[in-house]
Design a protein around this ligand. Structure first.
Ligand SMILES: [Zn+2]
Length: 195
């Protein structure tokens, strides 16, 4: 916007500058959307699928991208798909940036969980909530290659944008778009205190 305005001034002062001004404007128009593009690079640890996607441009979430993400994050047991809260993608994107890896690959440990899958998990493992936000497609469990999960946890807590769970023994964190809260599963007192 500022560049266009400056170009306009130059044009008013000197008609000869109209050529370069248009070039400059065109340059702004082609590069500016990229600055507003929000993207994610994801790897699904259950399906082995990898997805590199621009999911948001400016303030607009891209419906086609959201549909692909919904499928990518499907229940890996029965392939059920549910529409995800796209604010989760902003959390993931900001999380990667805040640990110094903007656009870095995020391993998805768990996305959507159907009620049946969640019930089955509860039977066979510990640390699975009955009313898990995974069932609402409002939670994602993740880790990042090259970033320890404690660092990720701290970064997620600093965002203050929903729930953050830490599972040090399984080496992943949980983020969701529910109310701001945190827990540490099977943690020492020091770890639970965030040390
Ligand atoms: Zn979770």
């Amino acid at each position: 916007m500022v560049l266009v305005l400056a170009g306009g001034k130059a044009h008013a002062q000197s008609p000869a500058a109209s050529g370069p001004r248009q070039l400059a404007t065109a340059s702004v128009q082609t590069t500016k959307p990229n600055l507003n593009e929000h993207s994610l690079l994801l790897y699904n640890t259950h399906t082995g699928e990898r997805l590199s996607i621009v999911y948001r441009r400016g303030d607009e979430y891209l419906p086609g991208a959201l549909a692909k993400l919904d499928y990518f994050l499907r229940d890996h047991v029965n392939n059920d798909v549910r529409h995800f809260d796209p604010r989760l993608y902003d959390i993931l994107s900001d999380l990667a940036a805040s640990v110094g890896h903007p656009g870095g690959e995020i391993d998805i440990v768990c996305g959507y969980r159907s009620p049946a899958t969640n019930a089955s998990l509860r039977e066979h493992t510990t640390g699975v909530a009955k009313n898990s936000l995974h069932i609402q497609a409002e939670a994602i469990d993740l880790r990042m290659p090259g970033v320890d999960s404690l660092t990720l946890r701290r970064a997620a807590l600093a965002l203050h944008r929903g729930g953050v769970g830490y599972y040090p023994h399984s080496d992943f964190i949980h983020v969701d778009t529910g109310r701001v809260r945190q827990w540490c599963f099977n943690c020492s007192a020091a770890l639970a205190a965030g040390q």
